[in-house]
Design a protein around this ligand. Structure first.
Ligand code: PGA
Length: 220
């Protein structure tokens, strides 16, 4: 059996109060029976209290950030470093297409972010938009997310996602896990995770509602 990863990318959604309401509902689902690792990536301001809540209640949930700074600590106003994230989280998304597009993140800066994440002990979930997107050497977990599938309700075909995942693994010897992301919901998740080269999914919209997110795990 595969060690599946299911990652919720909350993007710039949910306030702290809404995040707490999410956890209170989500924990009522039978989390211990889920056959996939549960990873939630909220906005930075939720990481500390969610970490405290999850630890106190011993919930089987791992946290991730949605980005880390390419800088170490120091005079970088507004930046959140990998080391600061690592106090509360295990993972960090790096190189999401929204950040590449809206914030001009380049391949060079993303190499630096991956380095920072790794040296702080975080596992980068490195987003690529196709088989030709460069992947930093130290990255083991990749999320293939074709831009036209994100938030559109039109996911890639499982066969094409498998093809791309296979090429990524063949070309990048360090990559052990390739996730698929883009319009994943409970009714299509199975088609992706049953593919040989796909180790899980990165979920945006359908991760914001506790019941909708739980229903994805129930298909696994
Ligand atoms: P979506 O987003 O599931 O809403 O398509 C996925 C992502 O951007 O990570």
């Amino acid at each position: 059996m595969k060690n599946l990863l299911i990652v919720g990318n909350w993007k710039s959604n949910l306030t702290s109060i809404e995040a707490l309401q999410f956890l209170k509902k989500f924990e009522l689902e039978n989390l211990a029976t889920f056959n996939a690792k549960i990873i939630i990536c909220p906005q930075y301001l939720c990481l500390a209290f969610m970490f405290a809540y999850i630890s106190e209640k011993k919930l089987p949930i791992f946290l991730g950030a949605q980005d880390v700074s390419s800088f170490p600590g120091g005079p970088h106003t507004g930046e959140v470093t990998a080391q600061q994230v690592a106090e509360f989280a295990t993972y960090t998304i790096i190189g999401h297409s929204e950040r590449r597009r809206e914030l001009g993140e380049t391949d060079t800066v993303l190499v630096q972010k991956a380095l920072m994440a790794k040296s702080a002990g975080l596992t980068p979930i490195f987003c690529v938009q196709g088989e030709d997107t460069p992947i930093p050497e130290n990255v083991e977990t990749v999320a293939y997310e074709p831009v036209e599938a994100i938030g559109t309700g039109h996911p890639d075909t499982p066969d094409n996602a498998e093809r791309v995942a296979h090429i990524i693994k063949t070309k990048n010897k360090n990559v052990t896990d390739v996730l698929y992301g883009g319009s994943v919901t409970w009714d299509n998740v199975k088609n992706f995770i049953e593919k040989e080269s796909i180790s899980g999914v990165l979920v945006g919209g359908a991760s914001l509602d506790p019941a909708a997110f739980a229903s994805i795990f129930k298909q696994c």
